[in-house]
Design a protein around this ligand. Structure first.
Ligand code: 2AM
Length: 209
């Protein structure tokens, strides 16, 4: 029987951005216990969620993604502001936003190309009909519970992290559990499909060797 893997494509904030945000969260976290907070090393910006991918579709997805990334150019990003899904009064997901310098459309363009890569590989692309909203998930409610996130969202509304240059896309595998675990399957530098390298056993946020 053929297996499947749960995959998504993401951009990982560098250590400086993680540290800055982790510091800003310290006060807030202590005050809000009902949230299940995501550990900073697992923080990422999802560009496309592929869902469960049958193993025989993975090679097609990998080669299409590598071509999509080859067309991307480095972008200046910072984490900024906050929000909640579905909405702050009844929230299941608490997130910080991402700001792209000079509203460079490159990030949403790359996200759209990743979604297209999934569709052309025959994937159903759950949820991809909604417009791309760049965000980094900070916390989730336990189960299906809806929480009042107004206080946290207000506390983070003016948050602005340090700028960084995003230049790498990761294809990540997700292992479900109380705290989902992620593994990097492939990484590509923007504009350099030929430099694809296999980087198993690394999580976003791990230091480079
Ligand atoms: P989230 O950050 O908003 O929770 C791995 O599950 C990643 O894929 C998460 O970052 C998650 O987004 C994202 N994702 C997008 N759509 C999803 C979906 N329909 N189901 C699960 N995860 C999804």
């Amino acid at each position: 029987m053929m297996g499947s893997v749960r995959l998504f494509a993401a951009v990982s904030p560098p250590l400086a951005a993680r540290r800055h945000l982790a510091e800003a969260l310290e006060r807030i976290r202590a005050a809000d216990e009902p949230w299940r907070w995501v550990d900073p090393p697992r923080w990422h910006l999802t560009l496309a969620f592929f869902g469960e991918v049958a193993e025989d579709r993975v090679p097609s997805l990998v080669s299409r993604l590598s071509r999509a990334v080859a067309r991307a150019r480095p972008l200046a990003l910072r984490l900024a502001g906050a929000g909640a899904f579905d909405r702050p009064t009844r929230a299941r997901v608490l997130w910080v936003g991402v700001e792209v310098r000079e509203d460079d459309p490159g990030l949403s363009l790359l996200a759209a190309r990743c979604v297209a890569a999934g569709r052309r590989s025959g994937l159903a692309m759950p949820g991809a009909d909604r417009p791309f909203r760049g965000h980094l998930t900070l916390a989730r409610s336990a189960g299906e519970e809806r929480l009042d996130a107004r206080e946290v969202v207000t506390a983070l509304a003016d948050y602005r992290g340090p700028w960084w240059t995003a230049s790498e896309l990761s294809l990540m595998r997700s292992f479900l559990g109380p705290q989902p675990r992620y593994e990097v399957i492939r990484q590509w530098m923007f504009g350099e499909a030929s430099s694809e390298r296999i980087a198993a056993h690394r999580r976003p946020g791990d230091r480079r060797p």
